[in-house]
Design a protein. Sequence first.
Length: 159
Amino acid sequence: MEKQAIIDAIGKFIRQRPGLEFCNYGDLSSYRAECRSIARDKRDAERLLTFVAIRDSITAEMLTQAAQSSYAGRLSIVERNGKVGIDYCVGQYFPTEYRKAAAAVLASAIWDWTRGFCMPEPMLSDTGDRTYNGKSGGDWLRSHFRREFGRAMQSRWFD
């Protein structure tokens, strides 16, 4: 599979309408809160997708591996009849979770790519632990993602 085909398939998956049914909500306030949450998930997923798309060193293999290991493996990147598509196994309620699943897969690929290619050289601390600019590996990654995406996205997808 080619990376661009995967990017296009994930983008199409993210941009599909959620199909919320008002009758599943007790009042207008709850319905609108759910709509806001779903819209936020779309913005997050699209921002993560753009990040992945413009970095050539994030490969198709990284994306397929992330799909297998994140969000309980419910989002699958498949190839049928020469076309790449997305299969999704619903957990509870499709409209509230499909964009979260896409964002989780993309965040996992970004985390692995950053850990593998972007971290500074480790140094040994006084206690003999490896540190990255004085931080543990996880702390360095979280602060890196906070600078890149902001506190809110970092806490949702890279914590």
